[in-house]
Design a protein around this ligand. Structure first.
Ligand code: NAD
Ligand code: ZN
Length: 364
C-alpha cells in the first residue's frame, strides 16, 4: 500500500493506492473521521463487483452503510440526479457527521462530491475512483460538480475529500477503451513534468494495456504524486494548476463540437495534445522532435493523433472562444518546449491554431 499526502494544511488528506485495498477502507477512513453513518454512492454493476466488500467492512465496525445507486453516464451528471440523492440522504437520516463514499468513475466522483459539498452545507466524503482517469485525475483536488444543458461542469464547488482510496484491482473490469482514455492523462503527466515517467510509459505500454498490475501501480502512483503536488501549489486553480490543461484547449473544443458522444475525454485530449505541440512548433516553442515523441507515445496506447476530417476547424475555433477558460478572444495554450517542461502562452492567434490543425489533418 502506497500513501501520498495532498498537503493542504487543515484540509490535507491521504491518497492510498493498492491492489484490493477496498477491504481496508474502514481502517483507512475511520482513523481520520468517525462518521455517524455512511452513504456509499455507486453504479449498479460496481455495487455488486466492489461495493458489497466496502459495505461489509464498514458494517463490521458497527456503522450503518446505506447504498445509493445512480445510473452511469455523463448524461446523468445533473442536478436532477443530485436532487434524487438529497432525497435519499434525508430519508436515510443522514446528518452532519455522516460520510459519503463515492465508488465509481469521474462522473460519479464529481457528482457525489458535489452532493457532499452541498448537503447540510457540506459533509465529509471519501473518493474511491474505479476508472484510470478518475484514479489519476478526477478524484484528486476537490473539484466537484455537475453539468447543465448549456455546458459541462458549469455548477460546482471546491470540496476536498477526507481520503482517496485507489483499489487498482477495480481496473480489471474496466472496458479497454476507458483504460486507454485514462492512459492519455498519464502520458500527459509525463509530458508536462516528468520525462522519466514519459520514457517508462513508452517502454511499458504493452504491459499497461495488458493491465499488468505492477506497471499500472507505478504509473498511477507517479501520476497521483504529480497531481497532488500541482493541487498543493494551487488549490483553487489560480495559476500553476493550469499546466494540467495541456492538450485540453483543443481537446475540450473537440468534445463540445462532437456533442460529447464521439470521443472519450482521453481520446479528445490525445488529439488535443498533438494540436498543442503543433501550435508550439508554429510559435517556435518546440521542435518537431517533441511532437513526434508525443505522437509516438499516444500511438502506443492506440490513442488517436490525427485531426478528424469531418470536424470543421471554424467550429473548433468557435468552441475554444466559448470555453470558460478563454478570456478576451485570444487563446491561452499550455505548451511543451521539451518533454517534461511546460510554459503558458497567452494571446495565441486563431490563425496559428488553424495552421496547426490543417497540418494535423494530414497525419496518417
Ligand atoms: N473533478 C476533476 O478534477 C475532474 C478531472 C477530470 C475529469 N473529471 C470528470 O470526470 C468525468 C469522466 O470520468 P471517467 O472518464 O471516469 O468516466 P465515467 O465516470 O463516465 O466512467 C466511465 C464508464 O466506466 C464505468 N466504470 C467505472 N469504473 C468501472 C470499473 N472499474 N469496471 C467497469 N466499469 C466501470 C462507468 O460506469 C461508466 O460507464 C467527466 O464528467 C469529467 O468532467 C473531473
Ligand atoms: Zn483531462
Amino acid at each position: 500500500l502506497k500513501r501520498i499526502t495532498v498537503a493542504l494544511g487543515k484540509r490535507s488528506y491521504p491518497i492510498c493506492v493498492g491492489r484490493g485495498i477496498r477491504t481496508q477502507v474502514a481502517e483507512i477512513v475511520f482513523e481520520r473521521v468517525k462518521p455517524s453513518s455512511v452513504a456509499l454512492i455507486t453504479h449498479p454493476n460496481l455495487a455488486k463487483l466492489y461495493g458489497d466488500d466496502v459495505v461489509r467492512e464498514i458494517e463490521k465496525r458497527g456503522i450503518t452503510a446505506h447504498v445509493f445507486i445512480v445510473p452511469a453516464g455523463e448524461r446523468h451528471k445533473t442536478l436532477t440526479t443530485v436532487h434524487g440523492l438529497y432525497d435519499r440522504m434525508l430519508a436515510a437520516g443522514l446528518d452532519r457527521k455522516s460520510l459519503i463514499v463515492t465508488l465509481g468513475g469521474g462522473v460519479l466522483g464529481d457528482m457525489g462530491g458535489f452532493a457532499a459539498a452541498t448537503f447540510l452545507r457540506g459533509i465529509p466524503y471519501v473518493q474511491m475512483p474505479t476508472t484510470l482517469l478518475a484514479q489519476v485525475d478526477a478524484s484528486i483536488g476537490g473539484k466537484t460538480g455537475v453539468d447543465l444543458p448549456q455546458g459541462k461542469n458549469l455548477i460546482g464547488a471546491f470540496h476536498q475529500p477526507s481520503a482517496v482510496i485507489i483499489d487498482t484491482e477495480t481496473l480489471e473490469s474496466l472496458p479497454l477503451r476507458e483504460l486507454r482514455s485514462g492512459l492519455a492523462e498519464v502520458i500527459k503527466y509525463g509530458i508536462i513534468c516528468d520525462k522519466s515517467l514519459f520514457e517508462r510509459l513508452n517502454s511499458d505500454m504493452p504491459l499497461l494495456l495488458y493491465r499488468n498490475s505492477g506497471s499500472l501501480f507505478s504509473a498511477i502512483v507517479r501520476s497521483c504524486e504529480i497531481k497532488a503536488a500541482v493541487v498543493r501549489a494551487d488549490e483553487t486553480e489560480q495559476g500553476r494548476r493550469a499546466i494540467l490543461n495541456f492538450g485540453h484547449t483543443v481537446g475540450h473544443a473537440l468534445e463540445s463540437v462532437t456533442g460529447y458522444r464521439q470521443y472519450k475525454h482521453g481520446e479528445a485530449i490525445s488529439i488535443g495534445m498533438v494540436s498543442a505541440s503543433l501550435v508550439g512548433e508554429k510559435l517556435g516553442v518546440c521542435g518537431k522532435d517533441v511532437t513526434s515523441a508525443i505522437q509516438g507515445a499516444l500511438r502506443k496506447a492506440y490513442l488517436p493523433v490525427a485531426f478528424p476530417p469531418h470536424v470543421e476547424i471554424e467550429q473548433i475555433i468557435a468552441a475554444m472562444a466559448r470555453d470558460k477558460k478563454t478570456v478576451g478572444g485570444e487563446f491561452t495554450f499550455v505548451l511543451a518546449p521539451q518533454i517534461g517542461e511546460t510554459i503558458l502562452r497567452r494571446g495565441v492567434a486563431a490563425d496559428v491554431v488553424r495552421v496547426a490543425i490543417i497540418e494535423q489533418r494530414g497525419i496518417e
